[in-house]
Design a protein around this ligand. Structure first.
Ligand code: NDP
Length: 283
């Protein structure tokens, strides 16, 4: 990679962010496409987030990924919000608006998961049975919006805070999305074709959980949005019930590919991105 005076800068902002795999992912695609650009990770203290955004826009930083805990604040600070950001209330992808000297906000998390499903388990669309989404936080809301846009399957959303789940169901499509309870999980799993963990249970091995997946359809796909660790207790359980299972590394690649497309106008190769991430994890 040759850095020159005209190299364009992209970054991921978060706290913490030094562990982020986005620089490895995005720089591999930048290199593959021969763009004169560089992508770095920038830690920001919570009290400085909006000031940092203003400074980055003033310095012509072309695009940003936003990770925890700033996705809601990124949406609020944007010059323009996409429809998805307005629905979800969170943004993970900002694109510089040079005229306005600020950023336009998008949310590619949910579409990234759908792109990953289409790439690693394309038959998800033709499987019989409804979808269960666990969680109603930022990632879950983006996933629900994307699933509702891409599929007319029934969806059951389960969250500790039921009001949060009801709100997104009502906003999206109350005919398609119903709200369930954790107590009745096994009933909600009956004959499900796709079960997605979009809670933070199991992240970095905190509060791991292992649902009994036996009620799901035998061909069901069990998806965990978590990729650290890659093999969660949730996925171990799916494996023990002989269900097809997928970790969140593909969603990371998928949301990144769609962010790349926003910035550079071209969709990079998802499988190459996933291979890069897998290689980095085993290095
Ligand atoms: P939020 O903080 O916005 O939401 C957290 C969600 O987890 C809420 O639904 C919350 O429920 C639920 N939750 C937390 N602890 C528990 C618990 N002990 N029992 C039951 N439910 C619990 O986080 P995000 O939506 O941003 O992230 C959620 C997950 O998605 C994380 O694990 C994150 O790593 C993953 N993710 C993966 C991405 C990828 O690219 N692979 C991208 C983005 C996120 P409640 O509302 O009741 O508090």
């Amino acid at each position: 990679m040759r850095i020159t005076g005209s190299t364009e800068l992209y970054a991921v902002l978060g706290n913490p962010v030094r562990h982020s795999m986005s620089p490895i992912l995005q720089n591999s695609w930048i290199q593959a496409h021969g763009f004169n650009a560089l992508y770095v990770a920038l830690p920001v203290e919570p009290e400085n987030f909006e000031t940092a955004l203003q400074g980055l826009a003033a310095s012509d930083v072309c695009g940003l990924n936003i990770t925890t805990p700033f996705k809601e604040r990124a949406a609020a600070a944007a010059l323009q919000q996409s429809d998805r950001v307005r629905l979800v209330g969170a943004a993970n992808c900002l694109t510089l608006d040079r005229a306005g000297r600020g950023y336009d906000a998008n949310n590619t998390d949910g579409d990234g998961l759908v792109a990953d499903l289409d790439s690693r388990a394309a038959h998800w669309r033709s499987l019989e049975g409804h979808i269960v989404v666990l969680g109603a936080g930022g990632a879950a809301r983006s996933i629900l919006a994307a699933l509702s846009a891409h599929s007319d399957k029934g969806i059951c959303v389960i969250n500790r805070d039921q009001a949060r789940a009801q709100k997104i169901a009502d906003q999206l499509n109350p005919q398609q999305i119903r709200v369930g309870t954790w107590q009745d999980l096994s009933q909600h799993l009956a004959n499900a074709s796709l079960v997605i963990n979009a809670t933070s249970q199991g992240l970095n091995n905190h509060s791991p959980f292992s649902p009994d997946f036996s009620p799901t359809h035998p061909d069901a796909i069990i998806y965990d949005t978590i990729y650290s660790p890659r093999m969660t207790a949730y996925l171990e359980s799916a494996k023990s019930y002989k269900r097809r299972y997928l970790d969140g590394l593909g969603m990371l690649a998928g949301q990144g590919a769609l962010a790349f497309q926003h910035w550079f106008g071209v969709l990079p190769n998802l499988q190459d991105g996933l291979n890069t991430l897998e290689k980095a994890l085993t290095a």
